[in-house]
Design a protein around this ligand. Structure first.
Ligand code: RTP
Ligand code: MG
Length: 143
């Protein structure tokens, strides 16, 4: 039985600013996942409030939202068997300083000395999150 999934990936403003959008897409495609949607977007406070609802109230929430509004993001929907887990594996640990070499965050990220972790990418963390997040960023794609 196959388990074809979709996941929401964001190249965050630091990744877009540093010209790494193509490198992230290259790694996704090299892994064998397909691109169902790719769009350069400017986030809004409303969209980010929905996207990061689970983090509301945490100390890093305000700086995180501010960071995500600091420039365009590349919003991407990827598709493939177990791509939710697979992209999390490609992305690496949240903290780019300790993310394993070979991962997007481990190879391309570092600590820039600012409060929020600028870690280049977001990836949905479960099928429920993926459905919710794709609904927020690409409502036209449906469930
Ligand atoms: P993401 O949601 O972006 O794929 O990353 P994640 O699952 O690895 O991390 P999560 O815990 O969901 O946190 C969301 C984003 O918030 C920022 N963050 N800063 N202690 C901190 O300063 C801190 N913790 C999290 C990061 O940008 C993280 O990706
Ligand atoms: Mg997360």
């Amino acid at each position: 039985m196959t388990d074809v999934q979709r996941s929401l990936v964001l190249v965050k403003p630091d990744g877009v600013r540093r010209g790494l959008s193509g490198e992230v897409l290259r790694r996704i495609e090299a892994k064998g996942y397909t691109l169902a949607a790719v769009e350069l977007r400017t986030a809004t406070p409303e969209l980010l409030a929905a996207h990061y609802a689970e983090h509301e109230g945490k100390p890093f929430y305000g700086p995180l939202v501010e960071f995500m509004l600091s420039g365009p993001v590349l919003a991407v929907v990827i598709e493939g068997e177990r791509c939710i887990e697979g992209f999390r594996s490609l992305a690496g640990a949240t903290d780019p300083t300790v993310a394993a070499p070979g991962t997007i965050r481990g190879d391309l990220g570092r600590d820039w000395g600012v409060a929020v972790q600028q870690n280049l990418v977001h990836g949905s963390d479960s099928p429920e999150s993926a459905a919710r997040e794709i609904g927020i960023w690409f409502p036209e794609l449906g469930a």
